[in-house]
Design a protein around this ligand. Structure first.
Ligand code: HEM
Length: 195
């Protein structure tokens, strides 16, 4: 136990976020795979609707002045419009019951939600490959899973550097970790409601 606490002390903030939410991530990953999102078009549409609800929930965070001040360039990152284009490509109705959406107000918790949203683009490399089996790609149906023009890894490293430059208090970090856990929990709850 002592070693774990020591390790956490010397980790960067981004590493602490990863470490503290690893089991949450892995549980989301396995639940998503269990829903067989790439087995056929119908399952993929359910996955798109899940992604839509998640990205609709986080989209307002990318527009907040307080968060843009902490993460320069934030306003250019959200993938909501790409998810909506994917839905349009597949002819899916985009109406969402607003009671299904999450609403995040605390700025430090919001950092955790942004971590979850931006990090999901890393695993999306694997998901994007799977969509090719359904003949979708960055121009049709799987736009929101495509890599950032500068490449997934570089894009993620830049975001991680911004996280590590934040210099939060212990209490603020704890709120951010809680926000990330809440984001994964929300994703899982939404998946269960849709499947
Ligand atoms: C089947 C679905 C998914 C798979 C297979 C998957 C897979 C992965 C993989 C392979 C990584 C890289 C891990 C590493 O570098 O150590 C990753 C990172 C990440 N994923 Fe996922 N992922 C999935 C879904 C999601 C979802 C739905 C979210 C968020 C809602 C998410 C959030 C993240 C985050 C935040 C990271 C960054 C971890 C870090 O380095 O701090 N993933 N994912």
């Amino acid at each position: 136990m002592q070693t774990i606490e020591k390790d956490q002390d010397i980790m960067t903030f981004a590493k602490r976020l990863k470490y503290s939410t690893r089991t949450n991530h892995d549980s989301v990953d396995s639940q998503v795979m269990k829903s067989e999102p790439f087995a056929n078009k119908e399952n993929y549409i359910k996955f798109l609707r899940l992604q839509h609800i998640f990205h609709l929930s986080v989209a307002p965070l990318y527009q907040r002045d307080d968060l843009q001040a902490l993460f320069p360039g934030l306003a250019a990152l959200p993938r909501l419009s790409a998810v909506e284009s994917d839905l349009r490509d597949l002819g899916v109705n985009m109406d969402v019951d607003s009671s299904l959406l999450a609403s995040v107000t605390d700025p430090y918790q919001a950092i955790g939600w942004l971590y979850c949203s931006e990090g999901s683009n890393i695993g999306a490399a694997f998901l994007y490959k799977e969509t090719q089996k359904l003949t979708f790609d960055e121009h049709h149906g799987a736009r929101h899973l495509a890599a950032h023009p500068e490449g997934r890894a570089l894009h993620w490293r830049k975001f991680v550097a911004q996280l590590d430059a934040l210099l939060l208090t212990e209490e603020q970090e704890q709120l951010a970790v809680q926000g990330a856990i809440d984001a994964f929990t929300f994703y899982k709850k939404t998946l269960a409601a849709l499947v």
